[in-house]
Design a protein around this ligand. Structure first.
Ligand SMILES: [Zn+2]
Ligand SMILES: [Zn+2]
Length: 190
């Protein structure tokens, strides 16, 4: 898990491309669950640093050439420094209205007046202020239905019974339940 590939080993891995970046297929299948490749510039940074990178350490290409992966062209940046570098106008810091941490809105958040630093803080806003992006197939989550599923299930009904009571499929019921039960306990208004 914590093995750091050497530059020679990286060089020998099968190579590919993703979004203009060079990717490599490590012999152990890589560290991610969903893909079997890793970004070459991150592997190279790790080889030089002798340790694994944190998710919060971005590796920036100084010359902005995504394929120029020599160590002297790579610089570690925090996500906010990195966003600031690539999107200087987006870099203005805002203050989260829930936890008061400073944050840099992402491009997707600029189309509206994002007021919270994270999803966790966003959920603590009143629902009408959340402005979260709409869910799958463009439909807004059905809050009442979700609350009803949770309420019925906590009375001891199985999710299959709840689903048939509410006239929805079991899989939709289960999906709504697992997603929304996690958010219980989060105060709605702060
Ligand atoms: Zn960059
Ligand atoms: Zn916050």
């Amino acid at each position: 898990m914590s093995y750091i590939w050497t530059l020679e080993e990286i060089e020998q891995m099968p190579e590919g491309q993703n979004h203009g970046y060079i990717i490599r297929y490590p012999p152990d299948g890589g560290r991610y669950k969903t893909v079997e490749w890793e970004l070459e510039h991150r592997l190279i940074a790790e080889a030089h640093l002798g340790r694994r990178l944190l998710r919060t350490e971005h590796v920036h290409h100084d010359d902005e050439n995504r394929q120029h992966n020599s160590w002297d062209n790579l610089t570690l940046k925090s996500p906010s420094e990195h966003a600031k570098h690539h999107h200087p106008k987006e870099g203005e810091m805002r203050r989260c209205v829930i936890c008061h941490a400073g944050f840099y809105p992402r491009a997707a958040h600029l189309s509206y007046d994002r007021q919270t630093c994270s999803r966790q803080c966003n959920w603590k806003l009143p629902e009408t202020l959340q402005r979260r992006r709409l869910y799958l197939n463009g439909r807004k989550p059905d809050y009442k239905l979700n609350a009803e599923i949770i309420r019925l299930h906590t009375t001891g009904m199985t999710l299959r019974v709840v689903a048939s009571q509410l006239g929805i499929t079991y899989s939709s019921c289960k999906q709504r339940y697992t997603k929304w039960s996690k958010r219980q306990g989060e105060p709605l208004y702060v």
